[in-house]
Design a protein around this ligand. Sequence first.
Ligand SMILES: Cc1cc2nc3c(=O)[nH]c(=O)nc-3n(C[C@H](O)[C@H](O)[C@H](O)COP(=O)(O)O)c2cc1C
Length: 183
Amino acid sequence: MDFAELVRSRRTVHNYSAQSVPREAVQSALELSLWAPNHKLSYPWIYTWVGPRARAELAVLAVLLKSEKGPLNEVKAKAIQDSMMNPAHLIALAIQKSNPHREHEDYATLSCSVQIASMDLWAKGVGTKWSTGGAWMHQKTYEILGLDPALVRLEGGLIIGVPLGIPAAPERPPLAKFIKETT
Ligand SMILES: Cc1cc2nc3c(=O)[nH]c(=O)nc-3n(C[C@H](O)[C@H](O)[C@H](O)COP(=O)(O)O)c2cc1C
């Protein structure tokens, strides 16, 4: 697959089988992700590999948060739990806290890194989803993951696993819509 085809074919995957993905595949994707541009070489990444205890606690929190928004039947609750328990790997994404300008640039670096890791995994047939929803940004999640909110800013989770299905590509508007030209 050439580069453009790889980029266009990648989809955010929402449903995962319980199939495993070798840890080394994720490790090498994360290593590659550190080649993202990184202004002032601040090395902002804090990748937290979410283990089984933390996963189970995040699943409980995610169900609780959803139930606070409205009634939740067993099927929906199970689907939320599965979304935390099924994927082969979960990596919490965070950057170091510094000052607003630095954090803005560090978030850009993190975004570049996440895309590099996602593309690397996609090329190996592994799906990903960057999620900022549910429990991923919650205060309690810092506790569950052992992160100090005074030092670290959580930016979501990278969900990694074997896709159960690949969603249709959402439309990308034409480039002309986003381009301006000055004299
Ligand atoms: C910073 C960021 C946060 C995201 N958070 C979520 C999320 O919480 N839930 C979700 O379903 N998708 C999330 N996504 C994925 C986007 O919704 C997805 O990229 C978009 O729908 C386009 O689909 P595609 O990636 O398949 O092209 C997030 C993407 C980014 C970059």
